[in-house]
Write a protein of this length. Structure first.
Ligand SMILES: C[S@@+](CC[C@H](N)C(=O)[O-])C[C@H]1O[C@@H](n2cnc3c(N)ncnc32)[C@H](O)[C@@H]1O
Length: 268
């Protein structure tokens, strides 16, 4: 992929790798640049499990979306959506209920430009460029007011993104703000990377300091504290392959993953 490609937004910084494009590369996508691939290769040298992590995390996002849709949720906000590939949130939600509406949010211009292309013909889904740390700018955006009925339950998907929020931005306080903004009966789907079981994740996190998105590892207790006030649905906070696996064998090797995930309900 080169900077001449017609979809590359003018404001994109291709000289510094971004989490969205690195993740796209891990998943075998084409929306990344040489600088992203160079850093990805250094990351693979210290932490070869990275593509596995991306795959099992994406699979968790899909299962959590389907779960919420099956609970009757028809409106979704996917924050830190990255580059939607096959099996994106709107495809899963609209397969359960064609009336489902999806607002995608990312602060990375390539992720937003790519999502715009994918969603061109879908009037029940849209993408906005906004920051997770500013919920008001997300819920106040014209696409949010068009697509979402805030008096009805919704699902907020905050998957593999809060580890890019430093402690100084109070991630637990941020999740509490989302919780307070969600009608009872709403759901949060959440995942967060940790170094609890794989010490080499820390080496990969160190390399992320060379990207636009430094990453912060947190322990299981720290992740659990962020979910205070949400009623976690069974099986609670687990490694993502252990969260309602399609096949029990998918969870056998879960500790190789180091990604914690949960789905929580807002009870009012
Ligand atoms: C690892 S990807 C996860 C993509 C998707 N949620 C998934 O789990 O498959 C993280 C995404 O979060 C985005 N991101 C990082 N910090 C963000 C912020 N403060 N606000 C919005 N998006 C952010 C990145 O641009 C990237 O697309």
């Amino acid at each position: 992929m080169t900077s001449e490609a017609s979809w590359v937004p003018a404001e994109v910084d291709i000289s510094t790798p971004s989490a969205a494009r690195l993740y796209d590369y891990y998943l075998g996508g084409a929306y990344n640049f040489e600088t992203d691939r160079e850093l990805a290769k250094k990351i693979f040298d210290v932490f070869p499990e990275m593509p596995y992590l991306a795959q099992v995390n994406r699979a968790f996002l899909r299962r959590a979306t389907k779960f919420c849709a099956e609970q009757g949720i028809t409106q979704f906000v996917d924050i830190g959506c990255g580059l939607p590939t096959t099996g994106a949130v709107h495809e899963i939600a609209q397969a359960v209920n064609p009336d489902s509406r999806v607002l995608y949010v990312d602060n990375e211009p390539v992720a937003v430009a790519h999502s715009e292309l994918i969603l061109e013909d879908n009037d029940r889904a849209a993408v906005i460029q906004a920051d997770l740390r500013d919920p008001d700018s997300i819920f106040g955006h014209p696409h949010a007011t068009r697509l979402l009925d805030r008096d009805q339950p919704l699902a907020v998907l905050v998957v593999a993104v809060v580890h890019f929020v430093p402690d100084s931005d109070d991630p637990a306080g941020l999740l509490a703000r989302y919780r307070d903004a969600m009608t009872p009966g709403s759901y949060l789907a959440f995942s967060h990377v940790s170094g609890d079981t794989l010490p080499n994740v820390a080496k990969a996190a160190e390399l992320y300091r060379n990207s636009q998105n430094p990453a912060y590892l947190r322990t299981r207790d720290e992740v659990a504290a962020m979910l205070t006030g949400f009623e976690l649905v069974d099986p609670g906070l687990v490694f993502v392959p252990q969260w309602r696996p399609a096949d029990p064998r998918d969870a056998e090797d879960a500790e190789r993953c180091s990604f914690y995930g949960a789905v929580g309900r807002v009870t009012g």
